[in-house]
Design a protein around this ligand. Sequence first.
Ligand SMILES: Nc1nc2c(ncn2[C@@H]2O[C@H](COP(=O)(O)OP(=O)(O)O)[C@@H](O)[C@H]2O)c(=O)[nH]1
Ligand SMILES: [Mg+2]
Length: 319
Amino acid sequence: MREGHREALAQAITWVESTLPEHQERIAQLLEEVGTPALRSKRLGITGIPGAGKSTLIERFGMEAVQRGHKVAVLAIDPSSTRTKGALLGDKTRMHDLSMEPHAFVRPTSASGTLGGVARATAEAILLCEAAGFDMVLVETVGVGQSEVAVREMVDIFVLTLIGGAGDDVQGIKRGVVEMCDVLLIHKADGEHIPSCQKTAAAYRQALHLFPLPPSGTAAEVMLASSLTGEGHDKLWSHLMDLETAWRASGWWEVQRKTQAAQAMHRHAKQLLVDHHMHHRQAQWEALEQQLAQRNTGAFAAARAWVNEALKANEGNQS
Ligand SMILES: Nc1nc2c(ncn2[C@@H]2O[C@H](COP(=O)(O)OP(=O)(O)O)[C@@H](O)[C@H]2O)c(=O)[nH]1
Ligand SMILES: [Mg+2]
C-alpha cells in the first residue's frame, strides 16, 4: 500500500467494509502499523441532494487537484445503498476520467449495514488512503438523512452543493446542514441558470447573517460554480486553500482533528461495548424484547435492566 499499489489499498478498504471479525482484526493491525495520521493531508466533504452535481464537481475538481500536484482519493458514501442499491449517488459516481488517472483513487462505497458501520468504515478508509500517500481525500455523501453529520465529523472542510432557483424546501436541505458547512456552492451556474444561481446566492448570503458563527470562527462562504464550464473552480480552489492556511495558523485545523478523533473514539467504544454484550447476552436481550412487546416493561427500563445485568456479569467475571 505504501509503495503505491492501488490494488492493495482497494483490498484493505474491502476489509474495512467487512463485518467479519477476522477482517476487522486485520484492519486494526494495519491501522496500528499505519500509525498516527499526518496533519498535512486535506479532507474535504461534499454533500447536496442527488442531482446537485457532486460527482461531476468532484471529478473536475479532482483532476484539477492532480494537475496541481496532489494525489487524490475519492470516497463516496450512499446511505441508501441497501434499499436502492446506491441509486442516489448515481452513475457519475464512477468518475470516468479520475478513475483512469494514476494519481487518483476512486472508491464508491455501496457498503450495507447501519449508518454507524458505514461511518466507521469511511473514517478508516480515509486513514488508509492517507497511508497510501493520497494527500487529498474527497468524501461525497448524499444530503439526505444523517450521513452528512457523520461525514462532517471526519473532514476538515465541508462543502454543500445547491442548485440555483430551487428553494430550500425543494432541495430538502435542513437548516442544520447549512449550519455545518463551510462553503455553500451554488452549482451548475452556467448558461441560462446563471441568473437564478445569482438570486439563490444572494438569498443565502442574506440568510447566513442570521446564523451563528461556526466553531471555526469563519462564516460560511457562498460561491458560484459550474463543473461543465469550470467557471468558479479556480475561486473555489483558492478559497479552500485560504481556509486551510488560516485554520492551520489559528490552530483550528489541529483542534478540529483532535475533536474528531475523540468523537470517533467515543462512537467506536460505544459500538464495541454494545456488540460485545450483545454477543454474550443475546438471550436476555430477546427476553426483554418479548416483555416490551407484551407491554410488561418500557424501553428505557428494559435498556437499563440489560445493561445492569451485563455489568454485573462482567464484575462477576473479574472477581
Ligand atoms: N448545467 C450543468 N449540469 C451539471 C453540472 N454538474 C453536473 N451537471 C449535471 O447534473 C446531473 C447530475 O450530476 P451528478 O454529478 O451525477 O450529481 P450528484 O447526484 O450530485 O452526484 C448530470 O446530468 C450532470 O451532467 C454543472 O455544473 N452544470
Ligand atoms: Mg453522485
